[in-house]
Design a protein around this ligand. Structure first.
Ligand code: AP5
Ligand code: ZN
Length: 221
């Protein structure tokens, strides 16, 4: 299974990725998680990325494409991969396509923006693993602590309402065009040397379990 999860900030990509990666035995390649790890480790890449992330803006295509190309060389990508939060611009999608990286499915999770603000403002994460909770919708067993390790949960530095609104604007301007890009490729690309991914859009409204079963159905056909 080689999959791209597409969707606005807070649509539930990371939440569903946790289940998909276990179900299909594939690694989750979350460029956001990779950047946050680099920020935490204080690497030059992390320092460069941090100013964009804290402003709710996208990190440069060049930096992201380099990061993903290196990640794909690792052995665990041999049987498939799940991209979460990548590609996020047309140049990133073109880079993936021209590098011959195969994709079977592009799955869009669609959630209205007003629901997203509520979701993101209640989000708490376990920094080391990327495991995600919500104080009301998906609470941990013990308040403030990760279910598996018992370590403290944190709030992401880009999850303040003003930054979230900026991230939604950036999504509309730079990432939403990928919906057309992949839809058109799926419809017209039958003769390409590079096989076109199937494109599906599911509603991301409802419980985490309801969306999980929509994901399973969408990936079946
Ligand atoms: P990134 O980490 O990718 O963030 P994002 O796309 O903004 O997405 P989120 O992680 O905010 O949302 P999600 O869809 O994963 O939702 P989640 O499952 O957590 O990127 C962060 C930054 O890094 C970017 O702004 C940019 O600067 C940089 N970056 C990353 N990739 C880049 C790239 N390719 N190019 C350039 N820059 C890049 O769910 C959200 C909340 O809702 C959680 O609390 C969850 O518990 C809750 N929830 C989930 N499902 C449900 C449900 N069904 N009902 C109720 N609550 C739910
Ligand atoms: Zn995420």
């Amino acid at each position: 299974m080689r999959l791209i999860l597409l969707g606005a900030p807070g649509a539930g990509k990371g939440t569903q990725a946790t289940f998909i990666k276990e179900q299909y035995g594939i690694p989750q390649i979350s460029t956001g998680d990779m950047l946050r790890a680099a920020v935490k480790a204080g690497t030059p890449l992390g320092l460069e990325a941090k100013r964009f992330m804290d402003a709710g803006e996208l990190v440069t295509d060049e930096l992201i494409i380099g990061l993903v190309k290196e990640r794909l060389k690792e052995a665990d990508c041999a049987n498939g991969y799940l991209f979460d939060g990548f590609p996020r611009t047309i140049p990133q999608a073109e880079a993936l396509r021209s590098s011959g990286v195969l994709i079977d499915h592009v799955l869009e999770i669609d959630v209205p923006f007003d629901a997203i603000i509520q979701r993101i403002s209640g989000r708490r994460v376990h920094a080391a693993s990327g495991r995600t909770y919500h104080i009301a919708y998906q609470p941990p067993k013990v308040e403030g602590l990760d279910d598996e390790t018992g370590e403290a949960l944190i709030q992401r530095t880009d999850d303040h309402e003003e930054t979230v609104r900026k991230r939604l604007d950036v999504y509309n301007a730079q990432t939403r065009p990928l919906v057309d890009y992949y839809q058109q490729w799926a419809q017209s690309g039958k003769g390409d040397t590079m096989p076109a991914p199937a494109y599906r859009c599911i509603s991301g409204e409802g419980s985490v379990d309801e969306i999980r079963s929509r994901v399973v159905t969408a990936l079946q056909d």
